[in-house]
Every structure is written in structure tokens, then in C-alpha cells.
Design a binder for this molecule. Structure first.
Ligand SMILES: NC(=O)c1ccc[n+]([C@@H]2O[C@H](COP(=O)([O-])OP(=O)(O)OC[C@H]3O[C@@H](n4cnc5c(N)ncnc54)[C@H](O)[C@@H]3O)[C@@H](O)[C@H]2O)c1
Length: 310
């Protein structure tokens, strides 16, 4: 199987340098026409976005530069409009643009928190939202969110960034449910790469192992026709792993047993991994509890279901 993107139109945000540039080059090298977005000045493309476009063109590919601020919906809508005007469709959105505003939680202020949420979470929402109706209309779409180990597992000084990055996973989980019947698949990449963002964070000998191209390899798989759906793929230094959310089977407590003391005393059972499973959507968790509680109380239920009313 040779993954190709001929005839596909991709938008890659934050593609003037680092990971985004690598993703744009990788998509273009396999035939995609690419909107190379990076934060410009007064909406005009930045020199770095133009540079990525030149690199693509020099290799025989097709690309246009775009200077939208992903945090600004009007600019993002205009960007999707440019893709449609140039090539008539939009098949792939890679939400990659990002910034850091690190501060310990004790000192984290509203401005730094909002700036990071606006670029990473609101930006991913904006770009996905603007492309969504066209993807639905053509019954095809591939969206990649860029999450982070900081969001998945936490990192000192990155409460804002961690919240935004885990927020993208929440966004993915619901977009997957709503996009499935329209051929839209949504996944997350959790990268590790040597870029301007990570320079100086690790010994350079170790950081040298993490070339952006090795993350792009994973992103291209997530953008392909045979992409998985709802996957959190970590990639770096040639290593690939998946992060999954599991819920333990849990326990049922009789009415007389229900106390915070019993909950604490029952933690070994609550935490037991016996019977743990992934849950397909939020209401499924409620149905699981309905089943546990009804069984324990000997209540016969009809077919319990859960869904939008009316
Ligand atoms: N490098 C890593 O190891 C690593 C690890 C985890 C997550 N990430 C994520 O990967 C993505 C790319 O990171 P990178 O390491 O290439 O960083 P980078 O700083 O090299 O590149 C980020 C790009 O995003 C652009 N950008 C910032 N704000 C923007 C906005 N409002 N609108 C449009 N473009 C904007 C910047 O101009 C820059 O070109 C980010 O979302 C980052 O959080 C990176």
C-alpha cells in the first residue's frame, strides 16, 4: 500500500517552521495541494510560510501561503475560502499551530492561560469548524489534532498548555462521533521533535534523535484514506505508541454502604484492572452504571438507551 494524496487538498497550520513545515512538505511530496498557514502580519503570509511554499514548489509540488491567526475565526474562514477558491475542496486539516506561555500554576495569570487556550484549543476548533461543512458535503475528511505528553500526563509550568492539549482530545472524541457517518476521521498526534519550541529542553545529543520528519511519518498515516479514527498516536525518534483511555469495571455499593469512608476503603477494587475497558462515548458510561446498579438491586430494565431527546 502506497499512501498518496493526489487530488487532495490539505491545510497545515503553523507550517512556517518546525513540525508544521515538515508535515506540509510530507503531504506535498505525496501529491497533496497544501495551504501553508503560519501567523502573518495583518493577515498577509509570513516570510516563513512563503519559504515553506518555495520549498514545496522547488520539489515540484503545489502550495499557497496563508497568514491567518488560527485563533481568529474570520481569518480562518477566509483561509478555507482560499483553499476552495484555488482547488475547490478541502480534505485534510492538520491543526499544528502552537505557542508556549509557561508559568507555574501559582503564578499563572488569566492572560497567559487564555493566549494558549486561544491558539491551541480555539485554533483547532476554528480550523476544524470552518472545514467541517465541506468535508461533510464531500463525505470525506481527515483531521489531525496536535496534542502533547504535557496534556496527557502533565508537566511543570504548563497548566495552560496541558489544558489546551487535553481539550483537543475532548474535541476529537465528539467530532469522531459526529463525523463518522460523513466519512470524516479525526485523530491526535502527540509529537516529540527538535524544533524551536523544544530547543534547550533536553541535552542536545538526546534531542538530536528527534527529527520532525519522524513525527510527520505518523501524521501522514493519520491523514491517509486508511487512517484509524479516534487514535492518540505518539511519535518521535522513530518510536510510535498509542495512548488509550480505559475505565475500570468499578463496584456497586448498597445504599447503607455508601459513604466516603467505604469509597476510600474500596479503592483497591475500584482501581482493579480486571474487566477494564475503553468506553465508546459518554452515555455508554451511564448505561454501564445503570446495568451495575439495576443488576445489584434485581431491577429488570427494558432496553435502556440514551440519546438526544425528541
Ligand atoms: N516539538 C515538540 O516536541 C512538541 C511536543 C508536543 C507538542 N508539540 C506541538 O506541535 C506543534 C508544533 O510545534 P513545533 O515544535 O513545530 O513548534 P514551533 O514553535 O517550531 O512552530 C509553531 C508554529 O506555529 C505558528 N503559530 C503560532 N501561533 C499561531 C497562530 N495563532 N496562528 C497561526 N500560526 C501560529 C508559529 O509561528 C510557528 O511557526 C505545536 O502545537 C506544539 O504544541 C510539539
Amino acid at each position: 500500500m502506497n499512501i498518496r494524496f493526489d487530488g487532495r487538498v490539505a491545510v497545515v497550520t503553523g507550517a512556517g517552521q518546525g513540525l508544521g513545515q515538515s508535515h506540509a512538505l510530507g503531504l506535498a511530496a505525496r501529491g497533496a495541494k497544501v495551504v501553508v498557514n503560519d501567523l502573518g502580519v495583518d493577515g498577509a503570509p509570513s516570510a516563513s510560510a512563503l519559504e515553506t511554499v518555495s520549498m514545496i514548489e522547488a520539489r515540484g509540488g503545489e502550495a499557497i501561503a496563508n497568514g491567518a491567526n488560527v485563533a481568529d475565526y474570520a481569518q480562518v474562514e477566509a483561509m478555507i475560502g482560499e483553499a476552495l477558491a484555488a482547488w475547490g475542496r478541502v480534505d485534510i486539516v492538520v491543526n499544528n499551530a502552537g505557542i508556549l506561555r509557561d508559568q507555574s500554576f501559582a503564578k499563572m495569570d488569566d492572560v497567559k492561560f487564555s493566549q494558549v487556550i486561544d491558539v491551541h484549543l480555539k485554533g483547532a476548533f476554528n480550523c476544524s469548524r470552518a472545514a467541517w461543512p465541506y468535508m461533510r458535503g464531500q463525505n470525506y475528511g481527515r483531521i489531525v489534532m496536535t496534542t502533547s505528553s504535557s496534556g496527557l500526563y502533565g508537566n511543570f509550568g504548563q497548566a495552560n498548555y496541558a489544558a489546551a492539549k487535553l481539550g483537543q482530545i475532548g474535541l476529537m472524541n465528539t467530532m469522531v462521533i459526529e463525523g463518522e457517518k460523513y466519512g470524516i476521521r479525526v485523530n491526535c498526534i502527540s509529537p516529540i521533535a527538535k524544533t524551536a519550541m523544544t530547543e534547550g529542553l533536553m541535552e542536545s545529543e538526546a534531542l538530536d534523535l528527534f527529527h520532525p520528519d519522524d513525527v510527520t511519518t505518523g501524521v501522514l498515516a493519520l491523514c491517509s484514506e486508511d487512517a484509524p479514527n479516534r487514535m492518540i498516536l505518539s511519535a518521535g525518534a522513530g518510536c510510535f505508541a498509542a495512548t488509550r483511555l480505559y475505565e475500570t469495571q468499578g463496584i456497586y455499593l448498597d445504599y447503607e454502604q455508601r459513604s466516603p469512608e467505604t469509597v476510600l476503603a474500596s479503592l483497591p477494587e475500584i482501581l482493579s484492572d480486571k474487566g477494564q475497558a475503553e468506553i465508546a462515548n459518554g452515555p455508554m458510561q451511564t448505561l454501564k452504571f445503570v446495568g451495575l446498579a439495576a443488576d445489584a438491586q434485581g431491577i429488570e430494565l427494558g432496553s435502556a438507551s440514551w440519546g438526544p431527546k425528541g
